[in-house]
Ligand binder design. Structure first.
Ligand code: UFG
Length: 347
């Protein structure tokens, strides 16, 4: 069975991919600096009763560290090789991800995301590992159009975070062109992953004040924050609030496994793939659904539009459906239910 290196494996999306990789029987190696996550999630996941038949401690290794630490990365690949259990593929999620922060600290974003990725690619090359899945983002797309994005939409990010994601995708294309018969690469452009594993064992719990709507919503529901600010009710949308393509984090995790299998059985290529549901929901629809399925009142207030926001961002997922059989199962109600359950479980 293959050994997969998961960078950022204790984060929100990483920990859900970790669960699905365990279920599929892979050997898993995680590297995470834990600057925005906690190592505790590993224990919570390994204790999950539904994973008992699958989890084998001998098939798992955790390294606490930064991907910019080339010596550590080298050691990880070398020690796997020495145990005849080479790293076959890398799923790369490690990086900084807060849009607003990226405007204040652009160098940190370029260094962590881009320099970190370059070091990772160098070490991969050194150990002849050419299978790579990258956690990219819909934020790289130009927002000039209709708000419905297919993979051929012009790439034109508007903040340093998006610029780093677009730059890494470009590096990956250059790498592929340098040895087109070697690299199998997928850039997965996530839309708005929310929710949590239905067991309630894993929770999105960003350190500091959250930026994204779902962690804010959870904190308003738990009364840690008084009120949700809805950024604008005068957008050109049916109810005036912004529309996004919310997708269950477990569906996103499954997408990675499907892409991994697809890459391994197909000729080398660079694949760009949207991961969303193809369905847009407004902020008000999200709040109403959350209130209804969890029977909780959410305090909210309309405020001004947030700088850099767009009215609508919805994925065209035809390519993912066609190539990897992507069929996200969970609805907004499931995302709201599962997210709240995990919040309650992780208080
Ligand atoms: N929103 C609020 N109040 C909040 C936070 C958000 O009303 O406190 C609104 C936003 O205006 C937007 C929607 O909720 O209409 C979603 O906002 P998020 O911040 O949760 O997500 P974005 O769509 O702005 O951005 C997210 C990620 C990016 C990623 C992008 C991909 O933050 O990293 O999705 O489309 F790139």
């Amino acid at each position: 069975m293959k050994n997969i290196l998961l960078t950022g494996g204790t984060g929100f999306i990483g920990s859900h991919i970790f669960i699905q990789l365990i279920k599929c029987g892979y050997y898993i190696t995680i590297i995470d600096s834990n600057i925005n996550s906690s190592e505790k999630v590993i224990k919570r996941i390994s204790d999950m009763s539904e994973l008992t038949p699958f989890f084998d401690i001998k098939k798992f290794k955790f390294y606490k560290g930064d991907i910019r630490n080339e010596i550590l990365l080298n050691d990880i690949f070398l020690s796997a090789k020495e145990q005849n259990n080479e790293i076959d593929a890398v799923i790369h999620l490690a990086g900084l991800k807060a849009v607003r922060e990226s405007k204040i600290k652009p160098l940190e974003y370029w260094e962590s995301n881009v320099s970190g990725s370059i070091i990772l690619f160098k070490v991969m090359q050194k150990f002849n590992c050419y299978n790579f899945i990258f956690s990219s983002s819909a934020t790289i797309y130009s927002s000039d159009g209709t708000g419905f994005f297919d993979e051929d939409t012009i790439i034109k990010p508007i903040n340093p975070y998006g610029n780093t994601k677009a730059a890494i995708e470009q590096i990956l294309r250059d790498l592929f062109d340098s040895s087109p018969n070697l690299w199998r690469i997928a850039c997965l452009r996530y839309f708005n992953p929310i929710g949590a594993h239905p067991s309630g064992n894993v929770c999105e719990d960003p350190k500091g004040i959250p930026n994204n709507i779902f962690p804010v919503l959870l904190k308003v529901a738990s009364r840690e924050i008084d009120c949700l600010e809805v950024f604008g009710n005068d957008w050109e949308t049916p109810d005036g609030t912004g529309i996004r393509d919310y997708v269950h984090v477990l569906d996103i995790a499954d997408g990675h496994i499907m892409v991994l299998k697809y890459l391994m059985k197909n000729p080398p290529k660079v694949l760009n793939l949207n991961l969303g549901t193809g369905v847009g929901k407004s902020v008000m629809e999200l709040i109403n659904t959350f209130e209804e399925v969890n029977q909780i009142k959410i305090n909210y207030v309309f405020s001004n539009r947030r700088e850099g926001d767009i009215p609508r961002s919805v994925a065209n997922i035809d390519l993912a459906k066609k190539l990897i059989g992507w069929d996200p199962k969970n609805k907004l109600a499931d995302m709201c239910k599962d997210g709240w359950r995990s919040k309650l479980n992780n208080q």
